[in-house]
Design a protein around this ligand. Structure first.
Ligand SMILES: Nc1ncnc2c1ncn2[C@@H]1O[C@H](COP(=O)(O)OP(=O)(O)OP(=O)(O)O)[C@@H](O)[C@H]1O
Ligand SMILES: [Mg+2]
Length: 443
């Protein structure tokens, strides 16, 4: 009981201890547009949520009914991000019992005044535009880089700004995001315009701005791992720098060879991924083992190229090849496949395989190429990728070594790769994306 009181008392007086001093100017600015960009874990979301809750508190104490709107690019992310983040801030400020929490539609309502936090998806701009919530005091675009373009802001902001209460001189619009690597990504171009706008306050933060020591030792060790393995990736992910994409996609030093399976670690799961081709392009399947220590090991590669062959294998033969390949690994390790992933546009081979063996492959939901590749780069940058050194895996290493961005598309928002001999590169991307939870990736 006494402890509880102390805890409350301590919290009430220490807002300045919940926000790192780096953010004090951003906290105090009276500008209508506030942009917090920076590296991962740099407290952007925490600070903005605390600020929004504080703004709400100021008005509810004066018995005003005010509203705040938080937006993410896709409605399905709202609950686990902004909604939870606002709940976190209400808890931090010991205001949680003053509110009711609703799931459908998502909203958090102040019991006494009816003041409300609303949560919207940016994937429905019409809904944003026709929003009829009045007395809006603030809007927050969380993970702003993930929106399709600044069109969403340009279309929605005028609506919210119109709903300003008479007792305020402006609605405050917050944006938070981690800058993409690609300098030609729309948000990296958009930010230069915002920086020149006197109505706009732009803050850049990193995890190093942590005077109050919120970052745990475990997080710091993880960050150090990225820094040691892949300094460029670290500069992008944790320092928030726009490092560019380079021409070579992968740093080959991060593909570490193994003569045999490690003696001090063991495989917990086996995954497969296929990239298919019929007329001219190759069909390849990778077998990968995830270890107890969290490393991913390329165990073996199946590769069939129909190029220059007069008799090209039909799906029935490829299906049999894949089955044999999988059976060989299954027998060797005495482990059934955890997941088998295939290109989302592939139909014929999957149907054939299902017909032959009664098993469907899982179709990967593809993303933009930069995002597919980023997941692989992330795993690599943590020093967690290995391959067994054997002849069947040579093609995998060869293709990854040659894998390049197409220079002609580099100065665009959606760069493309050079699409020759990239089949093993594709299957690795499918594998990593389809199993990103098992692999402990952050997406
Ligand atoms: N006042 C605080 N007390 C305790 N922990 C805090 C506080 N403020 C922030 N943190 C913690 O710091 C970590 C990073 O903060 P936050 O998620 O806000 O960073 P971010 O910049 O939004 O990161 P990302 O780029 O990943 O979105 C979180 O785990 C958060 O819980
Ligand atoms: Mg965040």
């Amino acid at each position: 009981m006494i402890l509880e009181v102390m805890r409350v008392a301590k919290r009430q007086i220490k807002l300045s201890r919940m926000v790192n001093p780096h953010f004090f100017p951003m906290w105090r600015t009276n500008k209508p547009y506030i942009i917090a960009k920076g590296g991962r874990g740099s407290f952007k979301s925490s600070v903005i949520s605390l600020k929004l809750v504080t703004m709400m508190k100021q008005w509810t104490q004066l018995n005003k009914r005010v509203n705040i709107i938080a937006i993410r690019e896709n409605a399905s992310y709202l609950h686990d991000s902004v909604y939870n983040q606002i709940m976190w801030a209400l808890n931090m400020l010991d205001l949680n019992t003053e509110f009711n929490y609703f799931k459908s539609p998502l909203r958090i309502v102040h019991k006494r005044t009816g003041s409300t936090f609303y949560f919207y998806g940016g994937d429905d701009p019409m809904k944003l535009k026709s929003n009829i919530v009045d007395n809006v005091i603030a809007v927050w675009y969380e993970e702003a880089a993930n929106f399709k373009s600044y069109d969403v802001f340009d279309q929605a902001n005028p609506t919210f700004i119109r709903q300003k209460p008479s007792f305020l001189d402006h609605v405050t619009v917050f944006y938070s995001y981690n800058p993409p690597k690609n300098p030609y990504d729309w948000i990296n171009e958009w930010i230069s315009q915002q920086e020149a706008d006197p109505d706009c306050f732009v803050d850049t933060s990193t995890y190093l701005d942590d005077k109050w020591g919120f970052t745990t030792d475990q997080q710091l060790r993880m960050i150090e791992r990225y820094k040691q393995n892949d300094p460029d990736y670290y500069r992008w992910l944790y320092l928030g720098e726009v490092v560019g994409l380079g021409t070579n996609i992968y740093n080959m030093e991060l593909f570490k060879s193994l003569k045999e399976l490690p003696g001090d670690d063991y495989i917990t799961n086996v995954y497969y991924a296929v990239d298919t081709g019929h007329e001219v392009s190759a069909t390849t399947c990778g077998a990968y083992g995830l270890t107890k220590k969290g490393n991913l090991i390329l165990l073996d590669t199946y590769y069939y190229s129909p190029q220059g062959k007069s008799h090209k294998k039909p799906p029935s033969e490829l299906s049999r090849d894949l089955k044999q390949f999988i059976d060989k690994i299954t027998d060797w390790l005495n482990m059934e496949p955890t997941k088998m992933t295939i290109d989302s546009v592939e139909g014929a081979l999957d149907n054939q395989f299902y017909n032959d063996y009664g098993v469907h492959w899982h179709k990967v939901a593809k993303l933009k190429k930069v995002d597919m590749i980023d997941r692989v780069q992330d795993l690599l940058a943590q020093g967690r990728f290995y391959y067994l050194k054997k002849p069947s895996n040579e093609i995998f290493i060869e293709e990854h070594r040659k894998y390049q961005w197409d220079e002609k598309t580099l100065e665009s928002a959606d760069p493309k790769v050079i699409k020759v001999d990239d089949h093993t590169c594709d299957q690795l991307q499918y594998l990593v994306h389809d199993n990103e939870r098992d692999l402990g990736l952050r997406y």
